[in-house]
Design a protein around this ligand. Sequence first.
Ligand code: 5AD
Length: 403
Amino acid sequence: MCYAIPGKITGLDGRVATVDYYGEKRNAYIDLVPDLTIGSYVYAQGGFVVSRISEAAAQDILKDWRELFFKLQETDRRLSNDPKTLYERANAIRQKHQGNSCCIHGILEFSNYCARNCHYCGIRRDNKKLTRYRLDTNEILEAVDYASNKLGFKALVLQSGEDVWYTDDKLHEIVTEIRKRCPVLIFVSIGERDLSTFKRLYDAGARGVLLRFETSDEALYSRLKPDSKLKTRLEMLKALREMGYLIITGFLVGLPKQKGKDILESIKLTAELGAEMFSFGPFIPHPETPLSGAALPSLEQMLKTIARARLTTPDARILVTTALETLDKENGARQGLMAGANSLMINVTPLKYRKLYDIYPNRAGVEDDTNSRIDSVLKLLYLLGRAPTDLGVALETASKTMS
Ligand code: 5AD
């Protein structure tokens, strides 16, 4: 045995040789050893070829190492991708880059009417079994007033299906009135609308949009969202960011026929869109949809997605979604926060409407009164040493918002 395995030079380019180790290629400088050619066997260290070795001696050593070399590679791959170490790494990176800040937003689901017919979603147009509801302007203002002025939320997401009953004028009035009465940052999550609508809402004081692109796979997107195009969605997200909005976006994990590559691409796309917050949750099949018979993704798949997003984007705010909490009601939130996530949302929809916002079954938090939910979220944060503070704005976003 020795401290280095010999390699074979398979390419030369000026000062640099390509050295092959059982098919793995590395580069090394050759200037310390004269007369090297393609086919020479060498020892290299620190990126320098340090000596030549005869072919016979090299073959002898390589024969001894061969089996062990591949076994070691396999062990390393297994240990490096062990979910537990992956989560721990992601959590350490979250801690290093974002400290213990944790954003908590409230979410008000003000209408479950939807003009779209997405195959995965329980509030799709064709679900005739669902009782539909809408909060009128006064009810919305009352709920927001309670969440902001009584419960203390500083950021609220106003979410609905795609529902044009809320005209531009109505939405404008709602945002204007909220800004007058409540010291909150307003995010709207109303699906796709004209950019002129979003411009009016921005001028009225809304500063964020939550709009997921759902999947980065164009073909899958078109299959699951009839009459919709991924390109349109992405262009809208870009335009909204240009307008100055903070963007919360992301995708669904575990869609039928979704490839592992799509998840990695989707993480990348979320970052490229300049998301202020990453929001991705497990796809949970709903009985009244065309995907009713599909399988649930595992908790491990979700946690790995969070961890990978954290590793590739250390500064991200990554949400523990309600769907993740639904996947494991006992521990989903804690595990998400320990795998790289650092944001949470609390549902502030009046209880009587909450279970009607039935995008997927058995949603976590549907039965809980908001006060007790706040208590349990704070308990969890304290247990994990997280503080519900603002993370501030990335400077790049700030300069866009100011311009
Ligand atoms: N499972 C999980 N999430 C879903 N959504 C819609 N249907 C489901 C489902 N069956 C998510 C979509 C949408 C958000 C409001 O709810 O990603 O953007």
